[in-house]
Design a protein. Structure first.
Length: 377
């Protein structure tokens, strides 16, 4: 990953964008560091693309300011900003060669031909396409056309590169390969990348930090691991990966542990840390599927005890009702005694791991005291 400076290159200050009475972006403030690979992440209609368009200059904020390198660019047109954009459709010119596609912006800026050649070939080398300079885009794969669009943006030497759903037009296998190529390219050129995506895996795999948005508002800004392991609210927990959500009441809160009683889950949830809440307060708890252990249950057999939790906590009875085999892991849908469903995932570490459990198996579901996370509404 590229070295990220402590210096802020982009500052978004209380930015709102309204279309009529609808606030597509609602009072968003954030800072992006020089050299950072940053992701704007959220579902369709959350405001991430509108925010990207305001950064590019295609939309003007209704309220607030946008600064690039300390300069207020809120009302500066796109062609006057030190930014280039790679669009979802790539928008390469089919009648031009790869070289001419990449050189187009330099010709428009009247860059001398000798400099054009050296800069175009350097940009093509960055994306590993220098050997295809004479080819037409329709003779290339989707991944290669995307790299042409990247080279055309990078040849202008922008301070910031905007990527609008850059991998969405590719098939799953190529999309995975291009994640590595994009992060390697960003590390090589060292400029700030800002990517818009609705794909959580894409954002987690590529970005230094992610801003999760919903209904125009910034829900959480954090590193990928913090978003996944420590989501600040129900929306982020549910949007980033899979999670089992339960409502309960706080019954014990000490400095080193807490207990939430959840009628919805049919048991007690033990935390190995305090949660700073009022007794009886209603709270939401999230538990990731991979943090739950499955143990076969034998009628009359002993109830498992988690080594870091009291005997009556973090252990539930259930029955497996659905199994999804995904190769590297298997997903189990387990129905609890009260009818509530929970999702559990297990890695298939050997070729026979998926045979350990089958439909209608009675099981215990167990999780450690550091597994659940407390969530805001």
């Amino acid at each position: 990953m590229a070295e990220v400076s402590d210096e802020t290159i982009i500052k978004i200050e209380n930015v709102t964008k309204r279309f009529g009475k609808v606030a597509a972006v609602d009072d968003v403030s954030l800072e992006i560091k020089r050299g950072e690979f940053f992701a704007l992440l959220g579902p369709s209609g959350c405001g991430k693309t509108t925010l990207l368009r305001m950064l590019a200059g295609f939309e003007v904020p209704t309220e607030g300011k946008i600064y690039i390198d300390g300069v207020d660019v809120s009302n500066i047109p796109p062609n006057k900003r030190p930014i280039n954009t790679v669009f979802q459709s790539y928008a390469v010119f089919p009648h031009m060669s790869v070289f001419d596609n990449v050189a187009y912006g330099l010709k428009f800026d009247n860059v001398p031909k000798t400099e054009q050649y050296s800069r175009v070939m350097a940009a093509l080398a960055d994306v590993k396409l220098e050997h295809l300079a004479d080819r037409k885009p329709d003779q290339m794969s989707g991944g290669q056309r995307q790299r042409v669009a990247l080279a055309r943006a990078l040849v202008k030497r922008p301070k910031v590169l905007l990527l609008d759903e850059p991998l969405s037009a590719l098939d799953a296998k190529l999309r995975e390969a291009m994640r590595f190529e994009l992060t390697a390219l960003q590390e090589k050129v060292g400029i700030t990348f800002i990517m818009v995506t609705h794909d959580q895996d894409e954002a987690l795999a590529m970005a230094c930090r992610c801003a999760v948005m919903d209904r125009g508002r910034l829900m959480q800004l954090a590193t990928p691991s913090s978003l996944y392991e420590f989501p600040s609210n129900k929306f982020v927990a549910d949007f980033i990966g899979s999670v089992n959500l339960f409502e309960g009441k706080l019954v014990v809160d000490e400095p080193d542990h807490a207990v939430i009683e959840s009628e919805e889950m049919g048991g007690k949830i033990y935390f190995d840390h305090g949660v700073s809440g009022a007794s009886g307060e209603s709270m939401w708890v999230g538990i990731r599927p991979e943090k739950i252990e499955l143990i076969k249950r034998v009628e009359g057999g002993p109830r498992p005890v988690m080594e870091d939790a009291p005997e009556d906590c973090n252990v539930l009875k259930g029955t497996i009702k659905q199994i999804s085999y995904l190769g590297s892991e298997s997903i189990y849908e387990v129905v609890l005694e009260n009818g509530r469903k929970m999702q559990v995932s297990r890695p298939n570490l050997s070729r026979w791991d998926q045979e350990d459990f089958t439909w209608d198996d009675n099981v215990w579901l167990c999780f450690h005291g550091d597994s659940p996370v407390l969530l805001q509404n």
